[in-house]
Design a protein around this ligand. Structure first.
Ligand SMILES: *Cc1c(COP(=O)(O)O)cnc(C)c1O
Length: 379
């Protein structure tokens, strides 16, 4: 609620929005001192801005990190977290089950700059073990994964990565900082699409990167400063407002998700329900060990493939068809024709993203209303 709060001379209750690009100096000497680092103070909003600083300090406190930097989107955060520390000749290991754009960076962009990559089945620790080489500089993973909600054992992967000196980057969007603390499990860097639960109200894009002080100050900050994926102060303010209710929202959304998962497990016409908070999840023990709760996403597979999945989506009245997630409004998507449309058929089959699968991001509506909507569409 109050991390990083720094009120101006007007003593405003809510955080102020410093909607400015630059800053002025009392003298040429003062300006010169800012640039040498002798004088404290802001220089330019691509480097730092007071509203962003409040957001960054609050995220740092929430995550228990040594430092944090905001970015213009979640993808800007993922890209910077990788690019700021990699060089030609390095090697990266990642699971195949990744958010589409994260997979694109790893599979398509990194190799263009001479970075070797190995993709593994994230749930198979023997594949992780076999993938590491002395050149492995970074691991990038997402858990639970999108949309099949697979769980990667962060502590086990971190131990293997650290044995070869590689840094572990965790995309913690699905679990949120409320339910999973990757840094405590051994990860080195955490990234968020703040667009998702942190805003959680459909207003803006944003991202954040967290890690120890040395990584943030020495490795990440110069990269961000000179490449410029800066977060708008207005969006930083939106995200600050989101952080005030993050814990309340994700816990309430998770209450709803638990009820919906239980309803779907007994509903007709459904082949499989995947929810990390359910005993039926194939990795229920691991999920319980590293996550406090199952979080806000439920994936399920309808009998009858794409035709039935489309018919089901089209019959929903309350739940919106949308590929966003983590929102206070419940949103549903058919991954194989939307978020994962560009993934090869082979990989989709391998990952278990079937034509009947849908991914539901559970919102804050009344659980009974949501269950009624799902039940009517199913029947
Ligand atoms: C949405 C998302 C991203 C990308 O975030 P944007 O804010 O849309 O750029 C990255 N990783 C995961 C897991 C996401 O859900």
């Amino acid at each position: 609620m109050r991390g990083g709060l720094s009120r101006s001379q007007f003593k405003e209750t809510s955080e102020a929005i410093f909607m400015n690009s630059g800053f002025v100096y009392d003298s040429a000497e003062e300006a010169a001192g800012r640039f040498t680092g002798e004088n404290e103070g802001y220089i330019y909003s691509r480097y730092a801005n007071p509203t962003l600083s409040v957001f960054e300090e609050r995220m740092q406190a929430l995550e228990g990190a040594g430092g944090a930097r905001g970015t213009s989107s979640g993808m800007a955060a993922v890209n910077a977290a990788l690019m700021c520390q990699l060089k030609a000749g390095d090697h990266v290991v990642a699971p195949k089950a990744l958010f589409g754009s994260c997979l694109y960076i790893i599979e398509e962009i990194l190799p263009r700059f001479g970075v070797g990559i190995t993709l593994v089945d994230g749930t198979h620790l023997d594949q992780w073990k076999a993938a590491f080489t002395p050149e492995t500089a970074a691991v990038f993973l997402e858990t639970p994964s999108n949309p099949t909600l697979e769980i990667v054992d962060i502590a086990a992967v971190a131990e293997m990565a650290h044995a070869v000196g590689a840094k572990v980057i965790v995309d913690n969007v699905f679990a949120t900082s409320i339910f999973q603390k990757p840094l405590e499990l051994g990860a080195d860097v955490v990234v968020y699409s703040a667009t998702k639960h942190i805003d959680g109200q459909g207003r803006c894009l944003g991202g954040v990167i967290l890690g120890d002080e040395e990584f943030i100050e020495e490795t990440l900050s110069p990269y961000l400063k000179h490449t410029g994926p800066a977060l708008s102060p207005f969006n930083a303010w939106n995200l600050l407002k989101g952080l005030e209710t993050l814990d309340l929202r994700v816990n309430r959304q998770t209450d709803n998700a638990e009820k919906i998962a239980a309803f779907l497990e007994n509903a007709k016409g459904i082949q499989q329900v995947i929810y990390p908070g359910s005993d039926s999840h194939p990795q229920a023990d691991l999920a319980r060990r590293q996550m406090k709760r199952g979080s806000t996403l439920v994936s399920f597979e309808l009998e009858g493939g794409q035709d039935k999945a489309f018919a089901f989506l089209n019959k929903l009245n309350l739940i919106d068809i949308s590929n966003n997630l983590g929102d206070s409004k419940s949103l549903i998507t058919h991954p194989t024709t939307t978020t994962h449309a560009s993934v090869s058929e082979d990989l989709k089959r391998h990952l278990g993203i079937s034509e009947g699968m849908v991914r539901l991001s559970v919102g804050l509506e009344d659980a009974d209303d949501l269950i009624a909507d799902l039940g009517e569409a199913l029947s």
